[in-house]
Design a binder for this molecule. Structure first.
Ligand code: PEP
Ligand code: MG
Length: 763
C-alpha cells in the first residue's frame, strides 16, 4: 500500500475513532471511502444476528431512503455471498452474477462492478463493506488490500462504537423496550434478573455514562457551580505562574477562560442538559465533539489543543463528581456493569446486594472474577459489544452459565428465567446435604477438599461447607482493600483470623502475588507485557522489606496454632527459592528471639505456574516440602494465551491435552520425590476436571467456597475406577472440546446433569 493510501487510512480510522455514535462512524466511513477510492457507491451492511439479515446501515451513492430500510437475508444476494464465504468478492459485471439480487429501493442496477469485503471480528462476520462503480471493470488488487486493511481496523471500531453507544441509543433503550441480547464469557455461574447500575472510574471523562437528568434545573445549577469553580482555579493558576511564565506562555489560561465563557462551552453543555441529559454526560459529549473537530484540523497548534480540552473537561467533571457521588445506591437486584471492574472497586461495595456483574472487558480467570466466584455472584465478562454507557437503570437478565446478557427482556423470557432461578434454588437446597459429608467416591477413595480464601466471607463459607483446610490464601486481597501497604501488626491480625478459623487444619498462605491483573490501588505496576513481567515472587524478592514484613506477620500470627504453610507464587528458578529460604530462616530466628517463644517452622511450598518448574521438579523437591498447581497461570503460560483477554478466551482451556498431560506427568514426578501435590487453580473447582485430577492422584483439591459442594457431590457419585478410565480416555484425545464433551457425556449419563453448566440452556 502506498504511503498516501496509508495516510488516508490512518485519517479515516482516526476520524471514526473520534465519532460519537455507531451511526456517525458508518456515515464517515462510507463517505471517506467513496472519496478516497473515487467510486460511485460505498455501503455498509451490518449483520443483525437476531433476525439473520444484513441491514443497509450507511451508503454513499445508493438512494438515501434505502438506508436503514433495505435488508437482505444472510444467504441472499452478493452481500450474502461475501458473508457466507467470509472472503472478498470482486466482480466486473455484478448484475450478470447468479447471486445478484435486484433491490429496486436502492437503484443499484446501474452499477456494474462490485467489490465486497467481509468485516470480521473475532472470527465472526459483523457485516459487509461494498464499493460499486458504473463502469464494468475489476477492482485492482490495491483497492482490495485498501479495503481489507480498512475493514480489519474498522471491525474493532464498530464493535467498540457499539460498546460505547451514545445518547441516542440510550434514549432508544430507555424510552422504548428494545430487546437486545449480548454474548460474553461465563465467569461465575448463576442467573440474575435486575436493573443495571454502571460502575465507572471517577474523573474519567470517557467513562461517564449517559443518564437522564432527574431534575434539569438541579443539573444546570451543578454545572454553573462547577464552571465557576474551574474559572477560579484557572485564574489562581494564572496568577501563581505570573513570575515563572511570560504572558505568551500563559496565553493558554486565557484560552481556557474564553472556552468557559457563558456563550462558549457552557452554553452547549446547557443545551444538552435542557434536552434531558445529566450534567456529567453533557460535559462528556460536548468535550468529545470539540476534540473530534480539533483532531481533524491540519494545523498542529490546534491539534495540540486537544489535550487542553481534555484537561478542561476533566476539571469540570471533577467538580461535578465532588458535588454528587456519582454512584447510585445499590438495591437487592442491582446488576453491576462496567467496562472493567477491579477487585478493589468490587469489594468496596456492599457485595451482598450485587445480583450479578457484567463487564465488556476482562476474561474468565481475572482476579475480579475469582473474587466474584468466591462471593457466589453470577458474572459475565468480555461482552465486547455491550453499550455500557447507555444501560444505566435498564432492566436485564444475566445468564452467567451461558455468558449471555439480555437487555429489556420480554415478559415470557423473564418468566422462563424466574422458573430457572427456582430450579437453581432447588439444586442449592439439594447440595446442602453435602455440607456435612466427606468427598468419598462410591468405591471408597477419599479426596480432601480445601478452600481458597482471601476475604473473610470465604473463610466463613469454607468452614460451613466442610473444607478440610485452606489450600490457597490469596494474601494480596487484603492488600487490595487498603490505600497503602498494611503494616506488620495490621497484617498479623488479618492472618491470625484466617489461621484461627481453621485451627488444627492446614492453612496455606501465599505470599504477596501482585502484578499482571492484580494491581494495588496505591502501587500500580504498568508494563507492556505484565503477565510476563514483574509479578509474584519477582516483585517481593526485589522488595525484601515488604516480603519480610509479611513473613514476620505470618509467623507471629501462627504462634500457638502451628498450622501455617507458606506458598510462593510465580516461581521460575531454583535460585529464587534459595533466596526465599534464606530470608525465611533469618525472619524465623529473629521473630522467635523477639517474641521469646518457639514457633513451629512452617512447611514451605511453591506454586507450579511457570512451565519451567515442570522440568525441574527434582531440584525443587530438594528445597521445598510441597507443590501446589496454579492451573490458571499454568494454562496461560503453557498455551501462551492471556487469561484476561476475551479475544482469545476460546483458546484458553484447562481441558487442553497439553495441560492434562503436563499435570499427569507432574503428579508422577512428585510421587517419585515423595512430595505432596495439590491444585488450587479454578480447574479444581470445576466438577468435570475435578474427577480427572482425583484420578491423577492429587493429594488435595482446593477451590472457591462456592464450588465445594458441587465438586463434593461429583466425587461422591463417581467411582474412582470410572474416573481412572475417563482419565485414560481423555489423555488419548487431542482436542479440548472433545475432552470436555466426553466428560459432560459421562456426567449426563450418570445422574450428574446438574453439574454440567451448559445443561441449563434456557434459550
Ligand atoms: C493460579 O494461577 O491458578 C492461582 C491459583 O493463582 P491466581 O489465580 O491467584 O493467579
Ligand atoms: Mg496464579
Amino acid at each position: 500500500m502506498s504511503n498516501m493510501q496509508l495516510d488516508t487510512l490512518r485519517r479515516i480510522v482516526q476520524e471514526i475513532n473520534a465519532s460519537v455514535s455507531l451511526h456517525e462512524s458508518l456515515e464517515i466511513m462510507v463517505n471517506r471511502v467513496a472519496e478516497a477510492m473515487n467510486v460511485d457507491v460505498c455501503s455498509v451492511y451490518l449483520l443483525d444476528e437476531r433476525n439473520q439479515r444484513y441491514l443497509l446501515m450507511a451508503s454513499k451513492g445508493l438512494k438515501p431512503e434505502s438506508v436503514g430500510n433495505v435488508s437482505l437475508q444472510v444467504g441472499e444476494g452478493l452481500v450474502g455471498l461475501v458473508g457466507q464465504r467470509e472472503e472478498i468478492v470482486n466482480l466486473d459485471n455484478a448484475p450478470k452474477h447468479e447471486r445478484f439480487l435486484y433491490l429496486p429501493e436502492t437503484g443499484e442496477e446501474i452499477y456494474n462492478s462490485f467489490l465486497g469485503v467481509p468485516v470480521m471480528y473475532r472470527r465472526k462476520v459483523m457485516g459487509v463493506l461494498v464499493v460499486q462503480n458504473r463502469e464494468s471493470q475489476d477492482f485492482s488488487e490495491a483497492a482490495e488490500s485498501f479495503l481489507v486493511t480498512l475493514c480489519a481496523q474498522l471491525s474493532g471500531v464498530i464493535a467498540h462504537a457499539h460498546a460505547v453507544g451514545n445518547i441516542d441509543v440510550f434514549r432508544k433503550f430507555n424510552n422504548s423496550t428494545t430487546y437486545k441480547t449480548f454474548q460474553g464469557v461465563s465467569g461465575a455461574g448463576g442467573i440474575a434478573l435486575g436493573r443495571a447500575i454502571i460502575l465507572y472510574p471517577p474523573a474519567d471523562l470517557a467513562a461517564v455514562p449517559d443518564r437522564e437528568a432527574e431534575d434539569i434545573s438541579d443539573e444546570l445549577n451543578l454545572l454553573d457551580q462547577a464552571v465557576q469553580s474551574v474559572r477560579t482555579e484557572i485564574k489562581a493558576l494564572d496568577e501563581k505562574m505570573q513570575d515563572s511564565l511570560i504572558s505568551d506562555e500563559r496565553a493558554l489560561f486565557s484560552v481556557f477562560l474564553r472556552m468557559l465563557d457563558e456563550n462558549a462551552l457552557p452554553a452547549e453543555i446547557k443545551e444538552l442538559i435542557r434536552n434531558g441529559s445529566w450534567a456529567q454526560g453533557a460535559v462528556r459529549r460536548v468535550i468529545d465533539k470539540h476534540i473530534n473537530l480539533f483532531s481533524l484540523m491540519e494545523d498542529d497548534y490546534l491539534r495540540e489543543r486537544v489535550a487542553d480540552l481534555k484537561d478542561l473537561g476533566r476539571r469540570i467533571l471533577a467538580y461535578l463528581q465532588e458535588a454528587e457521588s456519582g454512584h447510585r445506591e445499590l438495591s437487592a437486584d442491582s446488576i453491576l456493569i462496567g467496562e472493567e471492574i477491579s477487585t478493589a472497586a468490587l469489594v468496596e461495595l456492599p457485595v451482598d446486594k450485587i445480583a450479578a456483574i457484567v463487564t465488556s472487558e476482562g476474561a474468565t480467570n481475572s482476579h475480579m472474577v475469582i473474587v466474584a466466584r468466591a462471593l457466589g455472584i453470577p458474572t459475565v465478562v468480555g461482552v465486547t459489544e455491550l453499550p455500557v454507557n447507555t444501560l444505566d437503570d435498564v432492566e436485564m437478565i444475566v445468564d452467567a452459565y451461558q455468558g449471555r446478557v439480555f437487555i429489556n427482556p420480554p415478559r415470557r423470557l423473564r418468566q422462563r428465567y424466574k422458573d430457572v432461578q427456582k430450579e437453581e434454588e432447588q439444586i442449592a437446597k439439594d447440595l446442602k446435604q453435602y455440607e456435612t459429608r466427606d468427598a468419598i467416591t462410591p468405591d471408597g477413595h477419599v479426596v480432601p477438599l480445601y478452600v481458597n480464601t482471601g476475604l473473610m466471607i470465604d473463610v466463613v463459607r469454607g468452614v460451613q461447607r466442610g473444607a478440610k483446610g485452606v489450600g490457597l490464601y490469596r494474601s494480596e486481597i487484603p492488600f487490595m482493600l487498603r490505600d497503602r501497604f498494611p503494616g506488620e501488626e495490621e497484617q498479623r491480625a488479618i492472618y491470625r483470623q484466617q489461621l484461627s478459623h481453621f485451627a488444627n487444619k492446614p492453612v496455606v498462605m501465599r505470599t504477596l502475588d501482585i502484578g499482571a491483573d492484580k494491581d494495588l490501588p496505591y502501587f500500580s505496576i504498568e508494563e507492556e507485557n505484565s503477565a510476563l513481567g514483574w509479578r509474584g515472587l519477582r516483585f517481593t524478592l526485589d522488595h525484601p522489606e515488604i516480603f519480610s514484613s509479611q513473613i514476620r506477620a505470618m509467623l507471629k500470627a501462627s504462634i500457638g496454632l502451628n498450622n501455617l504453610h507458606i506458598l510462593l507464587p510465580m516461581v521460575t528458578s531454583v535460585s529464587e527459592v534459595e533466596e526465599v529460604l534464606y530470608l525465611l530462616e533469618r525472619d524465623w530466628v529473629a521473630v522467635q528471639e523477639e517474641e521469646q517463644v518457639k514457633i513451629t517452622k512452617p512447611k514451605i511450598g511453591i506454586m507450579v505456574e511457570v512451565p519451567s518448574v515442570l522440568l525441574q521438579i527434582d531440584e525443587f523437591a530438594d528445597l521445598v516440602d510441597f507443590f501446589s498447581v496454579g492451573s490458571n497461570d499454568l494454562t496461560q503460560y503453557l498455551l501462551a494465551v492471556d487469561r484476561n483477554n476475551p479475544r482469545v478466551a476460546n483458546v484458553y482451556s484447562h481441558f487442553h491435552p497439553s495441560v492434562l498431560r503436563a499435570l499427569y506427568r507432574l503428579v508422577g514426578e512428585c510421587r517419585k520425590y515423595n512430595k505432596p501435590i495439590s491444585i488450587c487453580g479454578e480447574m479444581a473447582g470445576d466438577p468435570l476436571s475435578a474427577v480427572l485430577l482425583m484420578a491423577m492422584g492429587f493429594n488435595t483439591l482446593s477451590m472457591s467456597s462456592s464450588n465445594i459442594l458441587r465438586v463434593r457431590k461429583a466425587i461422591c457419585h463417581t467411582p474412582f475406577s470410572d474416573a481412572e478410565q475417563l482419565l485414560e480416555e481423555v489423555l488419548r484425545m487431542n482436542n479440548p472440546l472433545v475432552v470436555k464433551s466426553w466428560l459432560e457425556h459421562y456426567f449426563k449419563t450418570h445422574g450428574l446433569t446438574d453439574m454440567v453448566k451448559s445443561s441449563r440452556l434456557v434459550v
